[in-house]
Write a protein that binds this ligand. Structure first.
Ligand code: SF4
Ligand code: SF4
Length: 214
């Protein structure tokens, strides 16, 4: 990673090098909200993990591959968060689960994370940085579209600004999960036989009575 020069010139060659053999993609609150509004968040859940870094806790889009084995006396990556349901091993490098290797395409391209929209431009502690010096799109002779560059800058900064605000992201995730569970539960109830519904009502009534006795 190096500091971005004032004349940042870039035109993506669509080589796909940034989507394969890469590290986890940091997620912003806006990514989670976007996926919720597009109703693709449930497809993303298996790949969303909590990563602990020096900057704090943050959500990432995990890669497909092997998690790094823990060193002696060390906790496994993400082990601290395994009980929250979206923790688990964070894969240090691998193929992005949203990358179609054959076609070299992103399966969620219109809804890709802000980090990917800004790539290879990143932002860290008040400075724009180049995330991948070897990106073949860098140094393009084409003049950069000003609106695109502004958008890339905004996205890069947003990822930095709210990437580690797990306190903001977790309530949003919880609301999404609750909503998904409620929908699934209503669908399951609609398919239940009358005798099973009656049995369920009895169980719920018994639970309510037990609670009152306490
Ligand atoms: S951003 Fe760079 S590395 Fe990624 S696909 Fe475009 S040219 Fe290739
Ligand atoms: S989300 Fe799409 S653009 Fe981002 S790393 Fe994965 S495949 Fe590439």
């Amino acid at each position: 990673m190096s500091e971005a020069k004032s004349k940042f010139k870039f035109a993506c060659t669509k080589c796909g090098a940034c989507c394969d053999g890469r590290g986890p993609v940091p997620l912003s609150l806006q990514d989670i909200e976007l996926w919720a509004s597009k109703q693709i968040i449930r497809n993303m859940f298996p790949y969303i993990k909590i990563r602990k870094s020096d900057a704090g806790l943050g959500l990432v889009l995990n890669m497909l591959g092997e998690a790094a084995p823990p060193k002696d006396g060390e906790k496994k990556a993400g082990e601290e968060d395994a009980d929250d349901g979206i923790g688990g091993d964070v894969v240090p490098k691998g193929k992005c689960p949203m990358f179609n290797k054959e076609g070299k395409t992103c399966l969620i391209y219109p809804n890709r994370p802000a980090y990917c929209r800004a790539f290879p431009l990143g932002y860290e502690d008040g400075s724009y940085v180049v995330e991948m010096d070897t990106c073949p799109g860098l140094g393009s002779t084409e003049e950069m579209d000003k609106d695109l560059l502004r958008q890339m800058r905004d996205d890069a900064k947003r990822v930095f600004d709210d990437g580690h605000q797990l306190g903001l992201v977790l309530p949003v995730l919880q609301a999404i999960i609750m909503n998904a569970m409620q929908e699934a539960s209503m669908r399951a109830m609609a398919k239940m036989k009358p005798e099973d519904l009656k049995r369920m009502e009895e169980i719920m009534q018994k639970m309510a009575e037990d609670k009152e006795k306490k």
